[in-house]
Design a protein around this ligand. Sequence first.
Ligand code: SF4
Length: 189
Amino acid sequence: MVLNLLDIERHGTRALGPGLRYVIWTQGCPFNCPKCITPEGRPIVSAKLADTVQLANDIIANKTIEGITISGGEPFLQATSVAELLKTVKEHRPKLNIIIFTGFLKENLLSDDAQSILSMTDLLIDGPYMEALNDGVGLRGSSNQRLHFLTDRLLPYKMELLTGKRQIEITINNHHSDAIGIPLNQNVL
Ligand code: SF4
């Protein structure tokens, strides 16, 4: 099965949830949030096509990570592939915790594949990004987005995830730099 990706961070980051985390950004989003946080992830076009088994094996082999964060783009636009990926990873690394960002509201994630993803997810952060509600804290772009703790594994981090200071990590490869993390409200910089 294929997953259409904007990018991955396979060495891990600490800017998108507790501990060192493998990050997957899926390509393509049906929403149109003004001042979108990841505009390059919005076009629904073929980008980096990854085989879900190979991607799962790369995650499974990484013994330094404590969790996975999946963002976008919109991960649930490729729910079948994301479910397949998580199923394979969880079979081999059940202790990895899973955080997923979505522009959908949780109550609308009703398909079998979406439900399968939710059954393997520890924290779901849902809802559209609203620039006016970007208060600069916590692991969410704006305060309308809800944190659903679907298991108790990340509950010890609840306050930090809701109100903690955000981190931005800059990675530099081959003279190219990337910023990883939740950006601040551009209007208050
Ligand atoms: S859901 Fe995320 S990627 Fe999609 S338009 Fe909104 S901010 Fe951008």
